[in-house]
Design a protein around this ligand. Structure first.
Ligand SMILES: Nc1ncnc2c1ncn2[C@@H]1O[C@H](COP(=O)(O)OP(=O)(O)OP(=O)(O)O)[C@@H](O)[C@H]1O
Length: 358
């Protein structure tokens, strides 16, 4: 079955919070997850991602709010009564048992008939591309293969929602990237809804069709990853999901005066504000090459640093007031036109500047 995210939510959280002692580690979460989606929850260590996931899976109870899965209130249901399964970083497989025995474990506990167990185990192992490994003891598998057994063990239960708590973080980078691709394919093949927790920005973008950014127990922003990247609402999100230049300024009657010496029109309340510009949205022009085309904003400065990254280069331009602008994605063919110490101009379209809340 092909998994397509729809607007029909399979999971709804209303006012969900968790308090430990005097500390609210998850605060007032309002969330609807579309059926069939692959959602990544991203945030720094300790922001409450795992606690949120554990509450969805029933491993931790909320101290406020309610959780509904497929129309059913599951807030206080134990994990085994919920249509969820969780895969953790430490997979918790039975090392001495075979792949088949590990994957069949939950169905055997549920006393399913032998023939059904055989069929479902075989389907689950096909999904994670481990058919043929049925009789291998799991301690004779690689780290990536063991993580796939853990996935099969969860998928065999046919959860409506598969919860993944940093399942790839114990793997080395190459294997991790390969497993990210596999996970996407498994989601496509298995159908169902996946929720994946990670503190790794690249991983969250590589995997999810939806992204939730958390900070200090709250959801800062949720939406398609591309939207969150292009239009971050807060300084925290802008900074956490990529590199960003920030400019401060004052707005009066819709006219903004930025401290870097440029003016633009952007409606909003009067007062001080911050705008963000992604480094790859800016272009660099050498002195005398005609400068930016009409309609683009431009500032001149001295090249502080130019770093050749292979296919692209990266530059720090220092403006006369001491401000620095980072410009990324300068094509390799243009690198020779720029050298540290030379004057140059950075330019970008006005629309690339996004106002961010403090
Ligand atoms: N059982 C507990 N008792 C007391 N405090 C807890 C408990 N579980 C989690 N916390 C605290 O709640 C906060 C959020 O923890 P959580 O594990 O949800 O964060 P996280 O975002 O998943 O972090 P990481 O990426 O490091 O796993 C942390 O400050 C943590 O110390």
């Amino acid at each position: 079955m092909n998994a397509t995210a729809t607007d029909d939510p399979i999971l709804r959280l209303a006012g969900v919070g968790r308090r430990y002692g005097q500390t609210d580690v998850v605060k007032d979460i309002e969330l609807a997850i579309p059926r069939g989606s692959f959602t990544s929850i991203l945030g720094p260590s300790g922001c409450g991602k795992s606690t949120l996931l554990r509450m969805i899976g029933g491993l931790t109870l909320p101290t406020s709010g309610s959780i509904e899965i497929d129309g059913e209130d599951v807030t206080y249901l134990p994990p085994q009564k919920r249509p969820t399964n969780t895969v953790f970083q430490s997979h918790g497989l039975f090392a001495h048992m075979s792949v088949r025995e590990n994957v069949a474990f939950g169905l055997s506990l549920a006393r399913r008939p032998r023939s059904e167990i055989d069929d479902r185990v075989s389907d689950a192992l096909k999904l994670v591309r481990l058919d043929g490994f049925e009789n291998r003891p799991v301690d004779r598998l690689s780290g990536g293969q063991q993580q796939r057994v853990a996935l099969a063990r969860a998928l065999v239960m046919r959860p409506k929602i598969l919860l993944l708590d940093e399942p790839l973080s114990a793997l080395d980078l190459k294997l991790r990237q390969a497993m990210q691709e596999e996970l996407r394919a498994i989601h496509q093949d298995a159908g169902g809804t996946f929720i994946f927790v990670t503190h790794d920005q690249a991983e969250a973008f590589a995997l999810g069709d939806r992204l939730i950014v958390m900070n200090e127990g709250r959801i800062e922003q949720a939406g398609p990853p591309g939207d969150v990247y292009a239009r971050p609402r807060s300084l925290f999100v802008a900074d956490f999901v990529g590199d960003a230049n920030f400019f401060t300024g004052m707005r009066s009657n819709g006219r903004i005066d930025l401290d870097i010496g440029i003016c633009l029109d952007l409606p909003g309340p009067d007062g001080s504000l911050q705008l963000m510009l992604r480094p790859e949205a800016a272009r660099l022009h050498a002195a005398g090459d005609g400068g930016p085309e009409d309609g683009r904003l431009g500032v001149e400065g001295k090249i502080k640093e130019i770093v050749d990254l292979g296919p692209f280069a990266h530059c720090i331009l220092e403006l006369d007031g001491g401000y620095r602008i980072e410009i990324a994605g300068i094509p390799r063919t243009m690198v020779d036109a720029f050298a540290a110490g030379n004057r140059a101009t950075a330019s970008w379209p006005e629309a690339a500047m996004v106002e961010v809340a403090p």
